[in-house]
Design a protein around this ligand. Structure first.
Ligand code: DGL
Length: 274
């Protein structure tokens, strides 16, 4: 048993899509979340910049005595998960791509045309394709970047025609010309537009890595005998820019949750501290 918190981070609010399923499955776990809203999006930035930001945040989470770090960001997972693990060997550091790649390799075969959608950095890295094919080379993988989704989602532009048109702009040709039957939401912001994608492509099988990673977290904590027990989770959420818009989006994401599952955010300045 280990009642230390689990640290999560993302460039913004996308990583919260991993938090909801974790709260349901492991309600006794305490969470410390960091959303780097002041510097989002990461997905179009240079790899060296993403690495520098990720190092800072991991250091902050380690200073909070977390028992594990979950990289709730595909862009960071595609860029520097191994480096972070080398730098902080004392705790497990889990990226979101490996669990998703295993799920795809296990559930898809040569009859499937799987489309990975993600940020420019994630898609350019080719990490999804590489890791899926390392486990199952039969699956047909296609990839396309959708860089305008994250800024729209961070702005709360979701349930409307602008988002739908943007989805179609990136996906119509991609889906039709490759006969895509399975789409992988390769950015943790995208589960927030999963309903739009299901409505626009009703027969599409959608794989959501934010749900899949929760099983991996549980497995690792169980193996290490580090599941929390008997503690009422008091989660803490940090954002590097706690804007009004961001707070509105938090309400949107957690709207149907019980009051005690709702999030309370603290503003955190990486240079000045709390
Ligand atoms: N949510 C992130 C991801 O999973 C990054 C989005 C961004 O900052 O571009 O890739």
């Amino acid at each position: 048993m280990d009642n230390r918190p689990i640290g999560f981070f993302d460039s913004g609010l996308g990583g919260l899509t991993c938090i909801k399923p974790l709260m349901k499955r492991l309600p006794e776990e305490k969470i410390i979340y960091f959303g780097d809203t002041a510097r989002t999006p990461y997905g179009s930035k240079a790899t060296s910049t993403i690495k520098a930001f990720s190092n800072e945040i991991a250091e902050f989470l380690v200073s909070k005595n977390v028992k594990m770090i979950v990289i709730a960001c595909n862009t960071v997972s595609a860029t520097c998960v191994d480096e972070l693990q080398e730098r902080f060997p004392q705790i497990p550091i889990v990226g979101i791509i490996d669990p998703a790649a295993k799920c795809i390799a296990d559930t898809c075969d040569g009859s499937n045309n799987v489309g990975i959608i993600g940020t420019k950095v994630t898609i350019a890295s080719g990490e999804y394709k590489r890791r899926i094919h390392a486990l199952n080379s039969d699956v047909n993988i296609y990839q396309t970047p959708c860089p305008a989704y994250v800024p729209l989602i961070e702005e709360g532009i979701i349930d409307n025609d602008i988002m739908d048109l943007t989805i179609k702009y990136y996906m119509d040709d991609f889906v039709n010309s490759n006969n895509i039957d399975t789409v992988v939401l390769g950015c943790t912001h995208y589960p927030l537009i999963k309903k739009n994608i299901s409505r626009l492509y009703p027969d599409m099988n959608i794989i959501n890595p934010s749900d899949v990673i929760v099983g991996t977290i549980e497995k690792i904590l169980t193996e290490r005998d580090e599941l929390a027990s008997g503690s009422k989770a008091q989660n803490v959420f940090y954002a590097s820019d706690l804007s009004e818009n961001f707070i509105n989006m938090i309400d949107h994401i957690f709207s149907n949750e019980a009051e005690d599952a709702k999030v309370r955010f603290k503003n955190f300045d990486l240079e000045k501290g709390e």
